[in-house]
Design a protein around this ligand. Structure first.
Ligand SMILES: [Zn+2]
Length: 1010
């Protein structure tokens, strides 16, 4: 058989693909594999001629030969390490058609991999083909004539990724069979793909999570009946489902690795495989579409999706559809990495793999025949792993074939999009951006430059002073030229968002403006002369100029809200430092409240750290005469829920990145008590368990057992531990028993910890828990039914500038990220709850009846309705950030969208925590509102969406409640959101650094006290 294959290859080389295919003799089939395909398929309608068989090969092992089972075998799953071994085996067996390499490591040290597949002559010259696509990326280097030639010779790269969502099992399994088929099969369609497209496959993006998910599946198979159901506790080290919302922030290694592949290969199409709908959804989204996406891309989305829907519908496969899922707005998804680089990103959602067979009985809203769903899913079907494999493998083969047939169109579109991006540098209105190097938080600015460079945005640094229109450029300032192809990144990230509530409900965040989220000064250059400024390329990571000036044994480090200040403190943990409680002048410098004062400093120890961290110190002879308190390094406890580990990881990521050590433990440990002896600070992020919540008892262990046997769950501990058999489990935390949450005893212990002088830091949903339990007399929880504020950027007004929580913030305002709630009323001028007329009021602050779904009938032009954004103009120059050209247009407003969207995000605090009997509030508690929403709703919205702003008037964003000897810090905003809100990280760090001096600067008797 080996010889026969070789002959076929030769034929394929010598003749045009269509002709060679006609002449190709029928290929020998793998009858054992094919028989298993038919045996495992649960419904004969879920197949096509592309996947109802598997060709044989004498050289390349099938999944059956390699793994001992076919792809789509019920009740079995494959670890990422074995999927990777299989992909490598294909490349070894067919080096002329496939190449395999690793693309980076995960947080837990596992490999991410890539398999490239194409025909022999392409694989032989893979780097040459890569170079052609790179050339089509950059019109600055490639002439039009060269590009026109390349459009005929280059081949599009179709990059398939999967397994980012760990319980979505099927994509990685299917991709093994797809890879085999693409390498081995000799049908005209497969040859067409192989000859005209370079297929790249990363079968598992979240490798750490895949290993945990597969181990968890097999653990449950073994122990579910006798112990109970073990949920998938963690995916990667930090977050679960949010791992595909890291496209902008790019903190996770998986995102960085995929981005590196993107920059290296400049893929034409990036296709991410998921499992969340019935039976296969090819993405277009409902809109509104991100306003910086090239219009060509929107057409490509539709063309690709309709191709797949049509080909599957032609073959009578039900339930393949498009449009009615997801929007297309926020650029935080993994596949949006393609859009920020002028390519096209898309995704599938497929009916779950299982792997155990099951039945699907969708509601009529899923089975109705609609314009976007010409052949809808059935009211009932038997489903299984092979159904999942067949449907997505077929669809993606049709997609690959479509791109192979239309390769010149996709390449031309790609070239055109890159040209249009560069041309914006000639036509404006934005010719580039300037990030002043010397600005309040200069190291935060430098880190922003590095983060954006890593995504491919090119930076220059000004080599001398220059004026471009209204923008004054100083030497050292960072310049983003507007005439580069990847300016799309800046266009997308730096723009203001105006999301009309008349739109379909947003799927995720509505606002993300980078300069606002990072609280940085970024200037838009609307004068073309910017491009003539003297400048040179930034070729390596930058650090703000740091170090020390002056002489003397006292060193003062100004507090600039640079996040590296917390690194500085913890790296020099043994050095005594104080924080100034007021602003002061010393040695001709003005210092802000919170400046670090190191008396008797060891210069040789301090200076290198300052330099490395981009911070500036001033040496002086004597300690300045300003009131100070010690910056005592705290022992930090970090609490996570065992029922929801999705959200807390972003906070952990910030602590890890900036070198803040902590002890990490689950909620049930709180009830052991004696917390003050162990910790000074306890951090309890969003996702913590409210008292009395349905999941407060943790996973009772009954779900699996009860479902399988009808018997009650065995009342035994459920461990989450690494074992020889289940090596991926037990990380990043482990326990002998995942059951239980905080519990009454835990809440009592937590409250005692505060009373005894500890500081509890809460954010998002956990900030609502103590107010709901009536343990913070000055702060009450509200749940306004008419508020619509999905993942949006609102104005924060600092109301107590002497609070240590806002040390380093030089202005009275800060842009903050707020996501639906919680709404905290802590006095400070907040009126009683108001409700917009006509909407049902929230009953007693409990779960509010949300407004009815949006008005009947489709609003086909919702984006014609513009909200009035409030300009971000903290320097009061009269020219708000990003307000040119004006977004202040139509005054009319359409109807509003639903209050909650589809996927992740949302406040998630819709359960009201119940009081614990015997645990009552300390009547002497004092409330200090540090930051709040503006008094006028018209001043609130900076970027994103907002409706019902009246319900936020003077509501607290950051509250410090003093209880006994300690404090509860409540962030109603999300200071550490998805590695995007670097502008508010410092408030969280301030709470840590000043944990036992939070009363500093407190007015003797303030109006906020109750
Ligand atoms: Zn998914």
């Amino acid at each position: 058989m080996k010889r026969a294959v070789v002959i076929l290859f030769a034929a394929g080389l010598a003749l045009p693909p269509a002709l060679s295919a006609q002449k190709a003799p029928a290929q020998r089939q793998d009858s054992a594999y094919t028989a298993k395909i038919h045996e495992y398929l649960q419904d004969p309608r879920i197949t096509t001629e592309l996947v109802d068989h598997l060709p044989a090969s004498s050289t390349v092992p099938t999944p059956l030969k390699f793994l001992g089972r076919i792809v789509g075998t019920p009740g079995e799953l494959t670890h990422a390490r074995d999927i990777h071994r299989y992909m490598e085996a294909i490349a070894k067996a067919a080096p002329n058609r496939a190449r395999f390499w690793t693309i980076g490591k995960t947080e837990e040290g596992r490999d991410m991999v890539l398999l490239a597949i194409a025909d022999e002559q392409t694989i032989k010259q893979l780097d040459r083909y890569k170079g052609m696509l790179n050339a089509l990326t950059d019109p600055r280097k490639t002439s039009e004539a060269d590009a026109q030639r390349l459009l005929h010779t280059a081949k599009p790269v179709y990059y398939i990724t999967s397994g980012i969502h760990s319980p979505e099992f099927g994509g990685p399994e299917m991709l093994m069979e797809l890879a085999y088929r693409l390498v081995v099969e000799e049908t005209p369609l497969i040859q067409n793909i192989r000859n005209n497209v370079i297929t790249l496959i990363t079968p598992v993006v979240e490798v750490d999570g895949r290993e945990k998910a597969v181990d968890t599946y097999y653990w449950n198979k073994k122990y579910r009946q006798t112990v109970g159901q073990l949920p998938l506790m963690y995916w990667g080290k930090y977050v679960q489902h949010d791992n595909n919302r890291d496209g902008m922030g790019q903190y996770l290694d998986l995102t960085k690795n995929i981005t590196r592949v993107t920059l290296d290969w400049t893929p034409t199409i990036l296709h991410d495989l998921h499992e969340a709908v019935t039976y296969l959804y090819a993405s277009t989204g409902t809109g509104p579409y991100n306003e910086q996406i090239d219009p060509i891309t929107i057409d490509e989305w539709w063309m690709l999706a309709k191709n797949d829907v049509m080909e599957m519908t032609k073959r009578g496969v039900p339930g393949v559809w498009t449009y009615g899922f997801y929007d297309g707005w926020v650029p935080n998804y993994l596949f949006f990495i393609a859009h920020t680089h002028n390519a096209v990103g898309r995704f599938y959602e497929v009916q779950s793999y299982g792997p155990d067979n099951y039945e699907v009985k969708p509601p009529v809203t899923t089975t109705s025949r609609e314009w976007f769903r010409p052949n809808p899913p059935l009211p009932y079907i038997k489903w299984g792993a092979r159904n999942n494999t067949n449907i997505q493998e077929s669809a993606i083969l049709f997609a690959l074939n479509h791109v192979a047939k239309n390769k010149e169109m996709y390449l031309e579109n790609y070239w055109l999009k890159n040209k249009r991006a560069v041309a914006k540098g000639a036509t404006g209105p934005i010719y580039g951006w300037v990030i002043p190097a010397v600005q309040h938080a200069k190291q935060n600015a430098a880190e922003a430059v590095n983060d954006l460079r890593r995504q491919g945005l090119e930076f220059d640094v000004a080599t001398s002073a220059f004026t471009a229109g209204k923008v004054q450029i100083k030497p050292g300032d960072y310049i983003v030229r507007g005439d580069q192809p990847y300016r799309t990144i800046a266009d997308m990230y730096f723009a203001l968002q105006n999301f009309s509530p008349a739109n379909p409900a947003p799927y995720d965040d509505t606002g993300w403006t980078f300069p606002l989220m990072r609280n940085l000064t970024v200037l838009e250059a609307t004068d073309k002369s910017l491009l003539n400024a003297p400048m040179k390329k930034v070729t390596a990571d930058v650090t703000a100029p740091g170090g020390i000036t002056g002489s003397g044994s006292v060193i003062v480090v100004d507090n600039t809200s640079d996040n590296n200040l917390v690194t500085f403190r913890f790296r020099l943990a043994s050095v005594k430092m104080q924080a100034a409680e007021d602003e002061f002048e010393a040695d001709g410098h003005h210092f802000s409240p919170g400046a670090f004062v190191i008396a008797d400093a060891n210069r040789a120890q301090v200076v290198p750290v300052l330099r490395q961290l981009g911070l500036s110190g001033y040496a002086m002879a004597s300690v300045p005469s300003v009131k100070t308190h010690d910056l005592d390094v705290p022992r930090i406890g970090y609490v996570h829920s065992w029922t929801r580990t999705q959200d807390e990881g972003w906070v952990r990521a910030a602590l890890d990145h900036y070198g803040v050590p902590y002890a990490y433990f689950g909620e049930p440990k709180l009830k052991e008590g004696n917390l003050r002896a162990k910790y000074d600070v306890i951090i309890w992020p969003h996702g913590g368990t409210p008292n009395g919540a349905p999941n407060a008892g943790g996973f009772g262990g009954g779900r699996g057992a009860a479902a399988d046997s009808g018997k009650p769950a065995p009342n035994v501990p459920i461990p989450y531990r690494r074992t020889a058999e289940f090596q991926a489990l037990g990380y990043p935390d482990s326990t002998d028993d995942i059951r239980g949450a905080v519990g009454a005893d835990g809440y009592k212990a937590l409250y005692e910890f505060i009373q005894q002088g500890g500081t509890l830091i809460t954010e998002g949903s956990t900030a609502a828990i103590l107010p709901q339990m009536k343990l913070t007399p000055g702060v009450s929880f509200e749940d306004p039914a008419t508020l619509f504020a999905r993942g949006t950027i609102l104005r924060g007004v600092i109301t107590d500038r002497r609070s240590p929580l806002v040390y380093g913030y030089d202005r009275g305002e800060v842009p903050v990220y707020f996501n639906a709630g919680p709404v905290l009323n802590a006095g400070a001028g907040a009126p009683p709850p108001v409700e917009v007329a006509g909407a049902p009021a929230a009953p007693n602050g409990g779960q509010a009846a949300r407004p009815a779904a949006r008005p009947q009938g489709q609003n086909t032009t919702p984006m014609a309705t513009q909200l009035k954004l409030s300009p971000w103009d903290p320097e009061h120059t009269g020219e708000g950030y990003g307000m040119l050209p004006s977004t202040d247009s139509a005054a009319g407003r359409g109807g509003r969208g639903g209050a909650s969207g589809g996927g992740g995000g949302g406040f998630g605090g819709n359960f009201t925590a119940q009081p614990v009997p015997g645990l009552t509030a300390d009547p002497a508690a004092r409330t200090r509102v540090v930051m709040q929403f503006p008094a006028n709703p018209a001043d609130m919205l900076l970027s994103g969406t907002l409706e019902g702003g009246q319900t936020l008037v003077n509501r607290a964003q950051l509250v410090d409640e003093a209880i006994g000897q300690g404090h509860v810090v409540m962030f109603a905003i999300r200071p550490f959101w998805r590695w995007q809100t670097q502008g508010t990280f410092a408030m969280g760090f301030n709470a840590i650094l000043n944990w036992n001096d939070l009363d500093a600067g407190r007015a003797g008797k303030t109006t906020t006290d109750r």
